[in-house]
Design a binder for this molecule. Structure first.
Ligand SMILES: [Ca+2]
Length: 171
């Protein structure tokens, strides 16, 4: 299986944006387990028939048609069978001063996954993206997930625009 890099609507700008979160009984059961991998996650949430069809259970599939591929449903602790973007966490950066304004972004992360890499990237034009070393503002742990709020180490400064996104690389 090749690597799949996914980036989602976790992009943010000066006002408004979003990240992730949601649950169901099966999902909660799964998240309570200790060995978390995409194969175990999909095995817990899809039927045997669905597991044989990569257009339903594969990392790039989006069987609930909510625009979030399974890899990111997995990475952000969402339910792949429930079309629901309302669980996406909101963030709203608030400037403390015009030249010292920093973007922040919050996202859920599986703490026990063994096949995911989360990378925060920044851009000034949404064309060229560069990985950044974000400053962790807060970490809220709930079971096997945690919600990270991180901020851009670079101030908005004179930039006309600046964006953050979370890129997830998985199996
Ligand atoms: Ca989906």
């Amino acid at each position: 299986m090749g690597k799949l890099a996914g980036s989602r609507p976790l992009q943010s700008r000066r006002r408004g944006a979003d990240a992730a979160g949601s649950d169901t009984t099966n999902l909660q059961k799964y998240l309570a387990s200790t060995a978390i991998s995409y194969a175990a996650w999909s095995g817990a949430l899809f039927t045997a028939a669905e597991l044989t069809d990569p257009t339903v259970s594969g990392p790039a599939a989006d069987p609930d048609h909510d625009g979030i591929p399974n890899l990111l449903e997995y990475a952000f602790g969402l339910d792949p069978k429930q079309a629901d973007r309302s669980g996406l966490r909101r963030w709203a950066p608030r400037p403390t001063a015009a030249v010292n304004e920093y973007l922040t972004i919050s996202y859920a992360q599986l703490t026990q996954s063994n096949d995911l890499t989360y990378t925060v990237q920044a851009s000034t034009d949404m064309v060229t993206w560069n990985a950044i070393a974000p400053v962790v503002v807060s970490t809220i742990a709930i079971g096997s997930t945690r919600t990270l709020t991180v901020r851009d180490p670079t101030a908005m400064g004179a930039n006309a625009a600046r964006f953050l996104r979370v890129v997830v690389t998985g199996p």
